[in-house]
Design a protein around this ligand. Sequence first.
Ligand SMILES: NC(=O)C1=CN([C@@H]2O[C@H](COP(=O)(O)OP(=O)(O)OC[C@H]3O[C@@H](n4cnc5c(N)ncnc54)[C@H](O)[C@@H]3O)[C@@H](O)[C@H]2O)[C@@H](O)CC1
Ligand SMILES: Nc1ncnc2c1ncn2[C@@H]1O[C@H](COP(=O)(O)OP(=O)(O)O)[C@@H](O)[C@H]1O
Ligand SMILES: [K+]
Length: 583
Amino acid sequence: MKDAWSADEVRKAEEPLIAAGEPLMARAAYALAQAVLREVAARPVGGHPTRRRAVRPSGVRLRGSLGSDGLPGTARVRPGRSAGTRGDVRGARALLLVGPGNNGGDTLFAGVHLARRGMTVTAVLASSRVHDEGLAAFEAAGGHVVKLADARVPSVVQSARMSDVLLDGLVGVGARGALRPPAGGLVRALADAREAAGERWPYTVAVDIPSGIGVDDGVVGGPVLPADRTVTFGALKPGLLLPPAALIAGEIELVDVGFPTPSGSDQWASAAQRVALGRHSMGSTDIGSGRVQRMEPGDVAALWPTPGARDHKYTRGVVGVIAGTSTYPGAAVLATSGAVRAGAGMVRYLGPEAVGTRVLLARPEVVVAGGRVQAWVLGPGVTPFDPEEGPDADGQARRIFGALAAVTGVLSEDVTGGKMPAVIDAGALTMLEHRLPAWAVLTPHAGELAELLQGLGHEVDRADVEARPLHWVRTAHQATGATVLLKGAITVVAGPGAAYAQADAPAWTATAGAGDVLAGILGTLLAGRSAEVVQDETLAARLAAAAVLVHGRAAARASAGGPVAALEIAHAVPAVLAELLSD
Ligand SMILES: NC(=O)C1=CN([C@@H]2O[C@H](COP(=O)(O)OP(=O)(O)OC[C@H]3O[C@@H](n4cnc5c(N)ncnc54)[C@H](O)[C@@H]3O)[C@@H](O)[C@H]2O)[C@@H](O)CC1
Ligand SMILES: Nc1ncnc2c1ncn2[C@@H]1O[C@H](COP(=O)(O)OP(=O)(O)O)[C@@H](O)[C@H]1O
Ligand SMILES: [K+]
């Protein structure tokens, strides 16, 4: 499990270390410099292979000296740097964007290492206040310093274009809100130039976080320079896992600066062990509400209901699927296929006879008849209040209402005789009348979540949900009581005391019907652990994150880099599970 800590938690963790005189900044700066040196040294002569600028048409190389505006790269000096042998970075150029706090301090001290290795390093100070010791060390190491107040933004942009590597050290976990001027203006200009330059842009490293993102929520509310790599210190930050910020943070490198609780594997190995032991104690008391986690492939085996010798089809879990109408029969095929391929003991289908026939043609294993189930999948391909739809939709809506009653326990006499977990998807999301338990998992995409929230009195549209997904997923969880899974390139899940951000699927997954398959997979997981899910309010969210991971990996496997059809995602699930469960 990857575990991201809020800015407050990071501060609490670092306080005693700083008081004890631990050299946190020195460690951070060293690791940051190593990341830069690795990248620069690995490049062929002339820097980035796709970039024009490292070798000028004249063959004259720019290095070291400053132009009239104080920035390097405007004067031509001696030709040829000797970079080209592995590890040799002499003459390569780094531009450092330096803010007022310790994030700027990390960046200046990293600059010291780079300068000592022979790189030409220039720091652009975006603020009149700057880390004093860092600046003194940087200057002593031969770094060039430019005050943004004295330079024009276009010349900084030009200098950036001419650099091999760009370090964004404007703000870190001390950031509040969108970047303010003058840093904001500089970053906006750099981001525009980067977009215009395409591949021909220096390798960009964000220091701790890309400056300007919401550290705790991943919101991008103003200018942010997209990074190729983020070197982050002590612990991951939620904004590095959450959309939209995570989509512009590049590769994430976590540096251990000596936090007392290991920031990665150790702590979460013990959490995984607790899961494996069946003591699902990762509730709100264990995980600060600000934390965000990401399930990893190694976490799945402990959660997946794997059959043993004493199991039979009923103990393994029966999934009941109420999906599809004669207008949308495919959703029924896809949801049942997802459930079958994920390893349900049995899948029942309830719906119009014609749709049931199609389901059977695709999946003869499905039982097209009512009966006892251990989890419901409700709503794919059902449009309950559409006047254009015929009696099919009315019939499906009636069935869904009955099943929802079983989920919420509102009726004492219901079709299944007890409370049970459910996946509530698509059309069923428009049928919610009561507060739900955490074992009901809502699976909207952004548009559906916006509609749901509007129904709850929030003024929000799809774009708002996409801009602040964690906020709105948490709001929906709190307002409905249900576990909420927001589908997207990075899928966000929020349940009691926990939030997950899963980035497992290739963009090809954005295809009609892929969500129906996910609903089926999750239905199988909930059915397989039905009794535990209604006992432990945190389990549904973990199972939801695991289903997203398996679905995403199945999509990647089926895609193999090319397009993927939704049904093929379902077909790829057994091989993905075989791999994950055998580890
Ligand atoms: N957590 C750790 O273990 C370590 C933290 N270190 C660094 O320390 C950083 C945190 O340092 P600080 O607390 O000094 O905070 P920052 O370096 O994030 O800077 C905060 C300052 O930036 C300015 N600022 C805040 N929001 C702004 C905005 N929206 N626009 C423009 N300026 C803004 C304010 O003047 C504020 O004082 C971390 O991100 C990390 O880089 C490292 O030095 C060592 C290890
Ligand atoms: N850009 C993307 N990259 C990766 N996965 C995506 C992307 N966009 C959407 N997805 C995934 O594709 C699926 C689409 O589901 P959904 O929108 O419900 O489609 P449908 O209702 O047609 O089944 C979800 O699992 C979602 O997380
Ligand atoms: K930064």
